[in-house]
Design a binder for this molecule. Structure first.
Ligand code: ADP
Ligand code: MG
Ligand code: MG
Length: 193
């Protein structure tokens, strides 16, 4: 699969659909361990993303992701806007020099880590990005695995982000940012079919 502008636009459109459909669910996940705004944050950001993507013509995937990054950075408050925005900046830069999806996800993950200073196991979106990266490198990413990573976040105790404020009480709840990242990677699999 080559990540050209058409596949990139399809990926973002499917991701947007999943975010809008599951907006309330994402905010429900953010309620016991956060401030209940993750669905609203992501829905507002992706609406702004789609407005810009639908209004412009694109030559390549990097140019698509650059718009996604800028919209998420400027339109989404909270932790997730800067984190997703940074991830898409990393992916933009990667696709400017490499065709590899694994390289792009690696660059995205590195930007998330740089921005949020979380490492694997802290119950943040870093966990699922790292697991998906390993799967892409071994060409074994599936929807079932993505969903497994989302569920696995429930077992962890949050030590970064807002969910860390509730300490042990974060255990047993799915991490909202991991769930939205799960939609991102499910959308990727659907778009690249
Ligand atoms: P806020 O917590 O500011 O309300 P959101 O609710 O939109 O922002 O996003 C929360 C999500 O952001 C969490 O579920 C988690 O996955 C992710 N997150 C929070 N802090 C970090 C961090 N330091 N590194 C990576 N991801 C983080
Ligand atoms: Mg929140
Ligand atoms: Mg918030």
């Amino acid at each position: 699969m080559k990540m050209d502008a058409t596949v990139a636009l399809k990926w973002m459109s499917i991701f947007n659909d999943k975010i809008q459909t599951n907006k309330d669910y994402l905010s429900e996940l953010d309620t016991p361990i956060g401030d209940g705004d993750h669905g609203g944050n992501m829905a507002r950001g992706m609406t702004a993303v789609m407005e810009k993507l639908n209004a412009e013509k694109f030559e390549n995937a990097a140019d698509v992701f650059k718009v996604v990054a800028m919209q998420l950075l400027s339109k989404v408050g909270g932790a997730s806007g800067p984190l997703y925005g940074s991830a898409f900046i990393g992916m933009t830069k990667s696709f400017q020099t490499s065709d590899s999806l694994a390289d792009a996800v690696q660059a995205g993950l590195e930007m998330i880590e740089k921005r949020g200073k979380a490492t694997v196991g802290e119950k943040t979106m870093v966990d699922i990005w790292a697991s998906v990266l390993a799967d892409l490198q071994q060409d074994q990413l599936t929807v079932a695995r993505v969903q497994e990573y989302v569920q696995a976040s429930a077992d962890l105790k949050a030590t970064k982000g807002r969910a860390s404020y509730v300490g042990d009480r974060s255990i047993g709840h799915i991490d909202p940012g991991t769930c939205s990242s799960g939609y991102l990677f499910e959308a990727l699999l659907e778009a690249s079919k």
